[in-house]
Write a protein that binds this ligand. Structure first.
Ligand SMILES: Nc1ncnc2c1ncn2[C@@H]1O[C@H](COP(=O)(O)OP(=O)(O)OP(=O)(O)O)[C@@H](O)[C@H]1O
Ligand SMILES: [Mg+2]
Length: 629
């Protein structure tokens, strides 16, 4: 910089006239340079002004910033042109309307047809609470004016004026409710900004909106010559330069709340997904329904398990226990992430369940407990031996009662605390009965054969709270229905002993529909779960098979929540018939993407999309590509 150079002292070159002393010869060039640099710094410090320095830095920073891309650059339109009747915002034509009058009465939820319109529109509602004291004062003045007008007309002998009387009645009743604090008054401004691709489209959409609102006796006007202010009023800036406000009381104001149409939002519950009608959130607690059972039907790969895992994960956070029957080892990662227990039920694992276990609960009737357990054991034996003949059928119940009696277990609840018998005991009882040879022969593989380990042992684990998964993947196909049945019976026994809020998930439940006995058992569970604070989730990809079974249909009827996701053309008709779908809903299910579908909760239907956060997705995905990463 020039001012610094001005004060620079030139280096002193040794001249011939100077005596060459030892000292000067030893002063090297480096020493000279150092001295000079020190002088330079001293001079610069003396002359520099700190204020200038910061000014320069700020200028530099601003220049740097100008060259960077900001969010504003990305979202802002290329140009903005204001005309009297519309704005041009990039390639869009934009118009704002304001509501200038409302009818005397408006129905609840009147705004929802507008919100649910399939067009691009921004809506703003400005609500300014009014101070009741000031309003009361205003109203009092108003009453005075109205009354004096009435007495003047009376004095003149004019006939009565119904308009004045109505106005006076309105004001008086308003004063009453305001005084009692039953309502409050608000000023309310409502603006709509419409977006269209052309001026013609803008006009059509405006007419459409005006006529819909006009049908409700709500009249609008365009923010003519104030299009920019109108547009700003519908941006999330809280900047209302249009300022067309109307007085509404609490109840009228509450009727404007727009999100009650096809709505599934509660104060409590978990996030199920996004409502595709209006992008609102589906927040819901299935335990508030008549029963907490859910069926999930969709074709393979459409996101059933994903949806259910998401639900399970979120319910866990609300302190609900989750129990899963997992035929595909799909729930392992989720179980580990949730700190749950993963129990493998297979010939090689050491986990054993004794189907003869009885629940001990002081609230239950001992006779019912024994009878219902004998009924489930009957079903289990039937499954194990591939069907009972009518004679065998009659014998089995008797033998089961005797097996329990062997351990002194009767209908007395106290006796039910005794150690339960084993399948071996049942077999021994059969040996002493006539006509059981064939039955014993078919049962023997569970007593001493290959499968003896699995069912002829005492239960050796406890059902812990939290997340518990029973994996049945590594079982032979022929054993699987028996295993699922036993596991379900075990869980059911435990559920009755200790009441907690629980979800039980049965993935690929069509396995159970293949056999009459397991289908019947599942139906029994669905019917009784509610009493034990249990919500059953039944997932099936094989909709036709499931619904072809009369037990399957009954399970659906006993499930207050139903989730349908993408369907194949082959199954859509039976689905449409079972769930009373409209043509539109049928089409929606055929065209759904992964994770999308219809959500039925009681009488409500909504189209939804399940959405997970990044972390949730990492835990629950079954996408092989993602899993390998
Ligand atoms: N809502 C969603 N968002 C993102 N990905 C999803 C969503 N739902 C499912 N997926 C992905 O789609 C794939 C299939 O999902 P899922 O395993 O849940 O299907 P499924 O219906 O249970 O199939 P199957 O009947 O074969 O068990 C998985 O890779 C999963 O990660
Ligand atoms: Mg699945």
């Amino acid at each position: 910089m020039p001012d610094q150079n001005q004060n620079q002292i030139p280096p002193q070159a040794p001249t011939s006239s100077q005596p060459v002393t030892e000292a000067t010869t030893e002063q090297p060039a480096a020493e000279n340079a150092r001295t000079q640099a020190q002088q330079n710094i001293a001079t610069r410090e003396k002359n520099s002004n700190p204020a200038d320095f910061w000014k320069d830095a700020k200028k530099a920073r601003e220049q740097l910033k100008q060259g960077q891309t900001s969010v504003r650059d990305i979202i802002a339109p290329a140009a903005f042109n204001v005309s009297s009747g519309y704005l041009r915002l990039g390639s869009f034509f934009v118009k704002t309307l304001f509501v200038f009058t409302y009818p005397r009465y408006i129905e609840t939820n009147w705004l929802s047809p507008i919100i649910n319109y399939d067009l691009s529109m921004d809506t703003s509602l400005y609500i300014h609470p009014l101070e009741s004291k000031e309003v009361m004062y205003e109203l009092k003045t108003q009453v005075g004016k109205l009354q004096s007008s009435m007495s003047i007309s009376q004095e003149k002998g004019s006939p009565r004026d119904p308009e004045l009387e109505t106005a006076l009645g309105d004001v008086e009743s308003l004063r009453d409710v305001l005084q009692r604090g039953e309502i409050r008054l608000f000023q309310f401004g409502l603006y709509f900004t419409i977006y269209a691709k052309s001026v013609e489209e803008l006009k059509t959409v405006t007419d459409q909106l005006e006529s819909t609102l006009g049908g409700l006796l709500i009249y609008t006007k365009e923010t003519m010559f104030q299009m920019e202010q109108g547009f700003n009023a519908t941006l999330p800036l809280m900047k209302d330069d249009i300022n067309v406000l109307r007085n509404l009381d609490t109840s009228s104001l509450s009727s404007t709340f727009p999100f009650t149409s096809s709505e599934l939002t509660q104060d409590d519950g978990i996030l199920y997904g996004i409502n595709r009608h209006n992008n609102s959130l589906i927040v819901f607690d299935r335990f508030t329904l008549e029963n907490a059972n859910t069926v999930v039907f969709a074709k393979s790969g459409s996101g059933k398990s994903y949806f259910v895992k998401l639900e399970a994960l979120r319910y866990l956070m609300l302190g609900t226990d989750v129990i899963v029957i997992d035929p595909e080892n799909e729930y392992k990662t989720l179980c580990e992430a949730a700190g749950g227990s993963y129990l493998e039920i297979s010939l090689n694992s050491d986990k054993r369940i004794n189907p003869f276990d009885l629940p001990y609960s002081p609230t239950e009737n001992g006779e019912d407990v024994l009878r219902s357990n004998i009924a489930s054991l009957h079903g289990l034996i039937n499954l194990m031996v591939n069907g009972l003949s009518p004679e065998e059928d009659a014998i089995v119940d008797k033998a089961l009662y005797e097996t329990y009696a062997l351990k002194d277990i009767t209908t007395d609840p106290e006796s039910q605390k005794n150690e339960p018998p084993l399948l071996q005991d049942f077999y021994n009882i059969l040996s002493n009965m006539q006509g059981t040879e064939s039955l014993r022969a078919r049962l023997s593989k569970f007593i001493e054969g290959t499968f003896a380990n699995l069912y002829n042992q005492r239960t050796n684990f406890e059902l812990k709270p939290g997340f518990v998964v029973f994996s049945v993947r590594d079982l032979e196909d022929q054993l699987r229905p028996v295993a699922i049945y036993t596991v379900l019976n075990y869980i059911w026994t435990k559920v009755r002993m200790d009441m907690r809020r629980r979800l039980m998930i049965i993935d690929e439940a069509w396995w159970m529909m293949q056999y009459e006995d397991s289908a019947k058992f599942l139906h029994g569970l669905a019917k009784r779960a509610r009493k034990y604070y249990l919500g059953l989730t039944i997932i099936s990809q094989d909709v036709e098979d499931f619904l072809a079974s009369r037990y399957g249909k009954a399970v659906v009827a006993n499930s207050s929540m139903q989730i349908l996701m993408k369907q194949s053309t082959a199954s859509i008709d039976i689905i449409a018939e079972t769930f009373n779908l409209t043509e539109g809903e049928k089409y929606l299910l055929l065209e759904s993407d992964v994770g999308e579908g219809l959500f039925f909760a009681g009488l409500n239907h909504v189209a939804f999309k399940a959405v997970a956060s990044y972390t949730e997705d990492q835990i629950i995905t079954t996408d092989p590509k993602q899993l390998m990463e």
